[in-house]
Design a protein around this ligand. Structure first.
Ligand SMILES: Cc1ncc(COP(=O)(O)O)c(C=O)c1O
Length: 387
């Protein structure tokens, strides 16, 4: 118990991945070469052109001043153009777009600005941890729905809506950790429900640009052309390998965008302007770069999938994200945390236990494709020897 922490923060559980992280750190300190496939931190570089633009614009003194909290117009225009070209969605840069400090910050402040205490939010389980916690930070209540299968998810959502008034549905496709993707019809169905039951849908679209084989993940906004019930969080983190730059957007419904823009205007002065300018270059001039990155992830994925199948793991098929999601063989299925800790000890390979993403993730593991092929081959060899 921390006496200078409020009840909300005091009651947040210890981050489940901490135990693995601690073990990873002490193993490294003792000289072990840990192959880290646990943390979804992209290892591929940001494009040179973006880095060069940052350097060039950082030398211009007027760029050292406060920027604008909602993002410079050129950046908001660039994301609007991308939505027009890729998803045939018409965004007004002045009303339907706000620049965020990555999608994680954007999501949390969005929820703080649209929810009232006690409002109910449907969240996918398993899911990226902030999806469980952002509604709680906004003092709302969460209803968790098992999302290991998209059609069951939809069915359970309908059951919930018949019984309970919700304010917001929080989803993320392509999905971390399960790697599931959905089609446009799935979103059409959700929008129909949002209109009928009057709630806002927020889609965390962090993996929009990491996909293979031409299967472009659709945008939720394409199913809601009037933008009456939807918001999407777009990010440069994965698609452009710009994790540390912290550049994302909330786009969509103008009332929700206006609320989060207002909240952010009280809290921040916007991202450092050279970062915004360099990000504009990424969006306007480097459309092909996400394809290059995706093809690297695809090759890494294939390498891991082949090896895991030899070991009787049942791997979720997927054409998107930078992860492999797999069901553990029967004998390990009831404790993914114990499995992951033991694997780290015996094989020097770090992975994420499914239970860290929510109770329905138990029995699964997530492997992040963030080491090169040579290291992945080594990891697979170590795992085979350990099991
Ligand atoms: C679903 C999901 N949303 C958001 C993020 C964080 O993205 P950002 O760097 O844009 O905050 C991640 C990162 O792993 C993620 O998996």
């Amino acid at each position: 118990m921390n006496k200078f922490s409020n009840d909300l923060i005091n009651n947040f559980p210890e981050y489940l991945f901490n135990e693995i992280n601690q073990k990873k750190i002490s193993a490294r300190h003792s000289g072990k070469d840990i192959i880290d496939l646990g943390y979804g931190n992209p290892d591929l570089p940001t494009h040179d052109k973006v880095v060069e633009k940052l350097i060039e614009t950082a030398k211009i003194k007027k760029n050292h001043k406060y920027s604008v909290s909602k993002g410079i117009y050129g950046l908001r225009e660039a994301i609007s153009r991308k939505y027009e070209n890729n998803y045939q969605v018409n965004l007004d840069p002045n009303f339907n777009v706000v620049n965020t400090i990555g999608s994680k910050e954007g999501l949390t402040h969005l929820l703080m600005s649209v929810l009232n205490p006690g409002d109910k939010v449907v969240v996918q389980d398993p899911s990226y941890p902030i999806h469980h916690f952002a509604p709680l930070i906004a003092r709302a209540e969460t209803i968790k729905i098992n999302c290991l299968n998209e059609s069951d998810f939809l069915m359970q959502l309908v059951q919930t809506l018949k019984k309970t008034k919700i304010k917001l549905l929080l989803i993320s496709f392509p999905h971390n950790p399960t790697t599931l993707t959905v089609d446009q019809v799935f979103y059409d169905n959700l929008i129909e429900l949002a209109e009928k039951y009057n709630f806002l849908i927020v889609n965390d679209f962090a993996y929009s640009d990491i996909y293979f084989g031409g299967n472009k993940p659709p945008s939720l906004l394409s199913s809601d052309k009037s933008l009456s019930h939807s918001i999407e969080l777009y990010s440069l983190t994965k698609g452009f390998s710009m994790a540390g730059w912290r550049v994302g957007f909330a786009v969509g419904n103008k009332d929700a965008i206006s609320s989060v823009t207002k909240l952010k205007s009280y809290i921040d002065y916007g991202t450092f302007q050279p970062i915004q300018i360099a990000s504009t270059v990424a969006l306007n001039e480097l459309e092909e770069y996400p394809f290059e990155l995706s093809s690297v992830y695809k090759e890494r994925r294939e390498l891991i999938v082949d090896n895991l199948e030899d070991l009787n793991f049942s791997v979720q098929e997927s054409t998107a994200t930078m992860f492999v999601w797999a069901k553990l063989p029967e004998k390990f299925r009831n404790d993914s945390l114990k499995f992951s800790l033991e694997l780290l000890e015996k094989s020097n390979v770090a992975i994420s236990p499914g239970v860290g993403f929510g109770k329905y993730g138990e029995g699964y593991i997530r492997i992040a494709l963030v080491e090169n092929k040579q290291r992945i081959r080594q990891a697979m060899k170590n795992i085979k020897a350990a099991l």
